[in-house]
Design a protein around this ligand. Structure first.
Ligand code: ADP
Length: 529
């Protein structure tokens, strides 16, 4: 397809009514129109849908869009229908349709009316559909929420693993477009491998959300009053409060209501009618606050959510990023406040204990990352972006002062000598230990793993005895963010040296660190020191 920029703009205006592309959209659309495999990684709200919808509407044939949730598909299809009724039609093919409806959808595909066909991965495995689609002209297959392919993402769906084989059956050289808002390098790698798109053009947008303010506060017995105070200080603004359990959702919504705050509860235990009523009340601003489990949010596009509070710490940094990402979509203020207590981490660990071992290990590795986020005293934005493989300049970067740690910095200390000790121990133990064992080796503590490797007989065993575990954990996190060490997440967190780390060992330079925040685990009466 031969295209120039004017054609693209005209089509953008015609189908969507927008005058300009957002971010990387234009380049992505061009690449898809050229029939190339494409991988789009953009944060929530970045405008991913348009990246495949526009080329689908502009091309011959039907684009298949694989999407994990029926509700999500319905939203998308309704939105497309609202945009361009005659030109491009979007349809859903899934188990909720009647026989007659299925017949009609098939007819529309064959006659070329259907430009976008939304399917769930399990529908796509049905022989009946595969047989039918094989005979039709398929422009490309877009895999939305592609992180569902990876166990290291926040929403693993085994059905996503079979997509490549099915697409191969649909025809030769059908371009594949993968889209996700999860940017960890490990998840990206899994997606590319699983879909067999080594040759894909990759479009990676920055995950920095400069208008969001990140804050962590200790969670005490007074957490409800803390939340009430915060909401009252922000009265009239829209906000979401996430809780882990349905019971807590209901209790907290009630507490807020009793305190004169207009709030509704939302979780998957309510019937569909109540859920959609409460959701609409929030969207239409009949209430200010929705107290919810993570069931609330997917596909919700309220641009002016001003705060997202986490009553409980979420299970990973990806989840936290997704959930807080619902704040400030319009570019305005968005306060992301998480309440943290180590007890909640133990609760999450307990939840996982019934699961298969591999899943537990992954779960624990992800959980340790969010603990790191909560306890760190460095720029929270830098911490999150580092997790997503992105460097952030905490002095001049966009949104550099938008977190509690940066606004109230702790005193920094020279840690050059200790960084040398740390890196030497990682090297001296042949890069096979996780943080936990490295800290033991530094502080001279033995456990089974240390003993089995005879690390306690090494000359460096205990060279960091003068500091406690908390100190070393903080230093490890900061050294990781500085890129002197790296963590192999697929090995559940084994620490390795980077070339930068090797260089530091040879030629140590100043390294200023701050101690982590300290939370009192015993009484849960957390204090940030
Ligand atoms: P994502 O799927 O990446 O979370 P969406 O596709 O839902 O993002 O888009 C987020 C919002 O941005 C939507 O409200 C959409 O209408 C809007 N949007 C997308 N592209 C443009 C554009 N080029 N100009 C203006 N608004 C856009």
């Amino acid at each position: 397809m031969k295209l120039n920029e004017i054609d693209l703009r005209v089509s953008l205006k015609k189908y969507f009514g927008f005058s300009q592309f957002k971010g990387l959209q234009e380049q992505v659309v061009k690449t898809i129109l050229q029939g190339e495999n494409t991988f789009v990684i953009m944060p929530t709200g970045g405008g991913k849908s348009l990246c495949y919808q526009l080329p689908a509407l502009m091309q011959e044939g039907t684009a298949i869009v694989v999407s994990p949730l029926i509700a999500l598909m319905k939203n998308q299809v309704d939105a497309i229908r609202g945009l361009s009724s005659e030109m491009g039609v979007a349809h859903v093919l899934n188990s909720s349709l009647t026989k007659t409806e299925i017949k009609q959808v098939k007819k529309d595909i064959s006659s070329g009316v259907t430009k976008l066909l939304y399917v769930a991965p399990e529908s796509l495995t049905k022989e009946e559909y595969v047989d039918f689609l094989q005979k039709e002209k398929i422009s490309f297959v877009a895999v939305d929420e592609a992180h569902c392919i990876s166990e290291w993402g926040h929403d693993f769906r085994p059905e996503y693993r079979n997509l490549k084989a099915i697409v191969n059956r649909l025809g030769d050289n059908i371009p594949l477009i993968a889209l996700t808002a999860t940017a960890t390098p490990k998840v990206q790698e899994d997606i590319i491998k699983n879909l067999g798109i080594n040759d894909a053009k990759i479009f990676l947008a920055s995950f920095n959300r400069p208008n969001l303010y990140y804050e962590v506060r200790p969670k005490t017995q007074n957490v409800d009053s803390d939340i009430i105070r915060f909401v009252k200080q922000n009265s009239g603004k829209s906000g979401i409060i996430y809780c882990l359990s349905r019971k807590r959702v209901e209790e907290l919504a009630q507490v807020l209501q009793v305190n004169g705050i207009s709030a509704v509860p939302y979780h998957a235990g309510f019937d569909a009618k109540t859920r959609s009523k409460h959701q609409d009340m929030f969207l239409m601003e009949d209430v200010d606050v929705v107290v919810a489990t993570i069931a609330f949010g997917m596909g919700i596009d309220k641009p002016d959510v001003r705060f997202v509070i986490h009553h409980d710490i979420p299970k990973s940094i990806e989840s936290y990023y997704q959930e807080t990402g619902r704040a400030g979509r319009d570019g305005g203020e968005g306060h992301c406040l998480a309440f943290y207590s180590y007890k909640d981490v133990e609760k999450l660990e307990k939840f996982m204990s019934g699961k298969p071992v591999a899943e537990q290990e992954i779960g624990n590795a992800l959980l340790q990352e969010i603990v790191g986020y909560a306890e760190t005293s460095i720029s929270r934005r830098k911490f999150i972006l580092h997790y997503f493989g992105e460097e952030f300049d905490e002095v001049n970067g966009e949104g550099a002062d938008m977190d509690d740690n940066t606004r109230n910095p702790k005193e920094k200390h020279e840690a050059k000598d200790n960084v040398v000790k740390l890196i030497s121990v990682v090297k001296g133990t042949s890069e096979k230990f996780k943080s936990k064992e490295i800290v033991k080796a530094l502080t001279g503590k033995v456990n089974a793993l240390i003993a089995s490797h005879k690390t306690d007989e090494k000359e460096f065993f205990g060279i960091g005895k003068d500091r406690d575990k908390g100190y070393w954990m903080a230093l490890i996190r900061q050294v990781l963010v500085a890129g002197l060490l790296k963590k192999e997440i697929e090995q559940y967190g084994i620490l390795h040296l980077t070339p930068k780390g090797e260089e530091f060992l040879e030629n140590p330079t100043s390294f200023m660190m701050t101690r982590d925040h300290v939370y009192n685990k015993a009484t849960d009466d957390a204090i940030v020191s």
